[in-house]
Design a protein. Structure first.
Length: 337
């Protein structure tokens, strides 16, 4: 007796399977996805290693996600849009796989100055030669700023739709139609609704991303967390505290320059300058009797001591450089690409 040829699956079967996985059904699949625990010896033939770009509009949670993936703070965060200004690489080695995550500035469409042209160039450069792209949006939401970033993604790498801030969604039932509408915008390889603050979601994401990494030797040592220098991290940490402690009053164009970085055993001596565009901004940063500047320095120093496990002596100054963010040469001299 001849066997009956099974009927082909419906055209949207792949989409429905992705929806089922994204919404956590079956739960057992999540556990299977998780990579193995780190092992002291991994055969070269079993190793995987690849670049994963994290992209999205400003202030969508990319840096928080990167820090959670790496397991340590390597990218600064604040509520101020455009906090991240550089391509930040975070490294995490799990089991046989080494993930090299690339955090990018949020793509800017509102301002066309030299600084933002530089930041947008950084975003486009970061997604050119990667193995996987995590397109981060807020779960259940999509606007013109998201659409602009999505339109810039190359077809050369698979894209995972990472619906972040799932903890803020009150009606999970609304996610399925939203995910279907998102798939009409782009042929996403996976849907991952999650919260970057939930450890179980982070671990599940490793398992989902792992299969997209090519089989090849690791590029970095297993213990490395970032390829950025301590000098760079010092400037970033001061800038984070600057933004957090001045709020929305201080324009996002303020920046930090490291003037001196010296190591004496476990002690690091750092002198840095906070650059602002107007004299009024200088007073805002210094504060009454210098209290604001002192607090910025104290909180940055404590964060750096925690990061490096040693004592830090940090000296801060504030200078006015009018119009620097509109000056291409000055932007480059301040370390932007």
């Amino acid at each position: 007796m001849s066997q009956k040829t099974p009927a082909p699956p419906p055209a949207d079967a792949h989409l429905e399977a992705m929806l089922a996985r994204a919404l956590g059904k079956p739960a057992a699949a999540d556990a299977a996805d998780a990579p193995e625990a780190p092992h002291p010896e991994v055969a070269e033939a079993d190793k995987r290693c690849g670049y994963v770009a994290i992209v999205g509009k400003p202030n969508v949670g990319k840096s928080t996600l990167l820090n959670a993936l790496v397991g340590q703070k390597v990218s600064i965060t604040s509520r101020k849009a455009q906090t991240t200004r550089h391509r930040i690489t975070g490294i995490r080695t799990e089991g046989a796989s080494q993930f090299i995550f690339v955090d990018t500035p949020g793509f800017q469409t509102r301002h066309g100055n030299a600084l933002n042209r530089s930041l947008n160039k950084t975003v486009l450069g970061a997604v050119t030669d990667v193995d996987l792209i995590l397109f981060v949006v807020e779960a259940g939401r999509f606007n013109l700023a998201d659409a602009k970033v999505l339109s810039l993604l190359p077809a050369s790498a698979p894209v995972i739709l990472l619906a972040n801030k799932l903890d803020e969604v009150h009606r999970r039932g609304d996610l399925a139609p939203w995910l279907r509408s998102m798939q009409e915008r782009h042929a996403f390889a996976e849907f991952v609704p999650m919260s970057a603050k939930a450890p179980k979601d982070i671990q599940r994401l490793f398992g989902i991303c792992e299969k997209y990494l090519p089989q090849q030797p690791w590029i970095h040592d297993a213990e490395e967390l970032t390829d950025r220098s301590e000098r760079f991290m010092a400037a970033e940490m001061v800038r984070e505290k600057l933004f957090r402690l001045t709020g929305d009053e201080l324009p996002y164009t303020s920046t930090v320059i490291i003037d001196r970085f010296e190591e004496e055993g476990q002690l690091r001596r750092i002198a840095a300058t906070i650059v602002v565009e107007r004299e009024g901004h200088k007073g805002m940063v210094i504060g009454d009797k210098g209290e604001k500047l002192k607090r910025i320095g104290t909180e940055a120093r404590m964060e750096l001591e925690k990061l490096w496990g040693g004592k830090v002596f940090l000296e801060l100054w504030v200078k006015v450089r009018s119009g620097w963010a509109d000056d291409d040469a000055r932007v480059r001299s301040f370390g932007y690409e």
